[in-house]
Write a protein that binds this ligand. Sequence first.
Ligand SMILES: [Zn+2]
Ligand SMILES: [Zn+2]
Ligand SMILES: [Zn+2]
Length: 85
Amino acid sequence: MNFHCAHCPRAYGSKDVLRGHLVAVHFESAKLPCTHCNKTYKNIKSLRSHLRKIRCGRIHGCDSCGKKFHHRYDLMRHIGQLHDR
Ligand SMILES: [Zn+2]
Ligand SMILES: [Zn+2]
Ligand SMILES: [Zn+2]
Protein backbone atom coordinates (compact mmCIF):
# COMPACT_ATOMS: atom_id res chain seq x y z
CA MET A 1 0.00 0.00 0.00
CA ASN A 2 2.61 2.50 -1.02
CA PHE A 3 0.72 4.48 -3.64
CA HIS A 4 -1.68 6.96 -2.11
CA CYS A 5 -4.41 8.67 -4.05
CA ALA A 6 -4.03 12.44 -4.01
CA HIS A 7 -7.80 12.97 -4.02
CA CYS A 8 -9.05 10.48 -1.42
CA PRO A 9 -7.60 8.39 1.46
CA ARG A 10 -7.25 5.23 -0.61
CA ALA A 11 -3.89 3.57 -1.17
CA TYR A 12 -2.84 0.86 -3.59
CA GLY A 13 -0.06 -1.65 -3.91
CA SER A 14 0.99 -0.67 -7.39
CA LYS A 15 1.18 2.46 -9.48
CA ASP A 16 -0.85 0.89 -12.27
CA VAL A 17 -3.73 0.06 -9.94
CA LEU A 18 -3.66 3.60 -8.53
CA ARG A 19 -3.69 4.99 -12.06
CA GLY A 20 -6.71 2.83 -12.84
CA HIS A 21 -8.41 4.17 -9.72
CA LEU A 22 -7.63 7.78 -10.68
CA VAL A 23 -9.06 7.33 -14.14
CA ALA A 24 -12.14 5.39 -12.98
CA VAL A 25 -13.01 7.35 -9.83
CA HIS A 26 -11.58 10.82 -10.30
CA PHE A 27 -11.61 10.94 -14.09
CA GLU A 28 -8.02 12.01 -14.06
CA SER A 29 -6.40 11.07 -17.31
CA ALA A 30 -3.00 9.50 -17.06
CA LYS A 31 -0.31 11.58 -18.67
CA LEU A 32 1.88 9.80 -21.15
CA PRO A 33 4.89 11.81 -22.19
CA CYS A 34 6.60 11.56 -25.54
CA THR A 35 10.19 10.58 -24.92
CA HIS A 36 11.40 12.85 -27.72
CA CYS A 37 9.64 16.09 -26.96
CA ASN A 38 7.81 17.57 -23.98
CA LYS A 39 4.30 16.78 -25.13
CA THR A 40 2.05 14.63 -22.96
CA TYR A 41 -0.89 12.54 -24.06
CA LYS A 42 -4.00 11.35 -22.30
CA ASN A 43 -3.92 7.87 -23.72
CA ILE A 44 -1.56 5.48 -25.43
CA LYS A 45 -3.51 5.75 -28.69
CA SER A 46 -2.84 9.49 -28.99
CA LEU A 47 0.81 9.03 -28.09
CA ARG A 48 1.20 6.28 -30.68
CA SER A 49 -0.38 8.36 -33.41
CA HIS A 50 1.93 11.22 -32.43
CA LEU A 51 4.96 8.94 -32.65
CA ARG A 52 3.76 7.60 -35.99
CA LYS A 53 3.87 11.10 -37.41
CA ILE A 54 7.57 11.37 -36.69
CA ARG A 55 9.16 10.12 -39.86
CA CYS A 56 12.78 11.12 -39.66
CA GLY A 57 13.03 11.38 -35.88
CA ARG A 58 14.92 14.66 -36.10
CA ILE A 59 14.59 16.96 -33.13
CA HIS A 60 14.63 20.72 -33.49
CA GLY A 61 15.84 22.38 -30.33
CA CYS A 62 15.09 25.99 -29.46
CA ASP A 63 18.31 27.97 -29.03
CA SER A 64 16.70 30.32 -26.52
CA CYS A 65 15.08 27.94 -24.04
CA GLY A 66 16.06 24.41 -25.05
CA LYS A 67 12.50 23.24 -25.74
CA LYS A 68 12.38 20.40 -28.25
CA PHE A 69 10.16 19.97 -31.29
CA HIS A 70 9.74 17.25 -33.87
CA HIS A 71 8.95 19.60 -36.70
CA ARG A 72 10.63 22.74 -37.86
CA TYR A 73 7.33 24.57 -38.20
CA ASP A 74 6.53 23.78 -34.55
CA LEU A 75 9.84 25.33 -33.54
CA MET A 76 9.22 28.35 -35.77
CA ARG A 77 5.76 28.85 -34.28
CA HIS A 78 7.22 28.53 -30.78
CA ILE A 79 9.92 31.12 -31.53
CA GLY A 80 7.26 33.42 -33.03
CA GLN A 81 5.08 33.08 -29.93
CA LEU A 82 7.70 33.26 -27.20
CA HIS A 83 10.93 34.69 -28.50
CA ASP A 84 9.80 37.08 -31.20
CA ARG A 85 11.35 40.47 -30.74
ZN1 LIG B 1 -8.97 8.38 -5.01
ZN1 LIG C 1 7.00 13.98 -29.34
ZN1 LIG D 1 12.19 28.60 -26.86
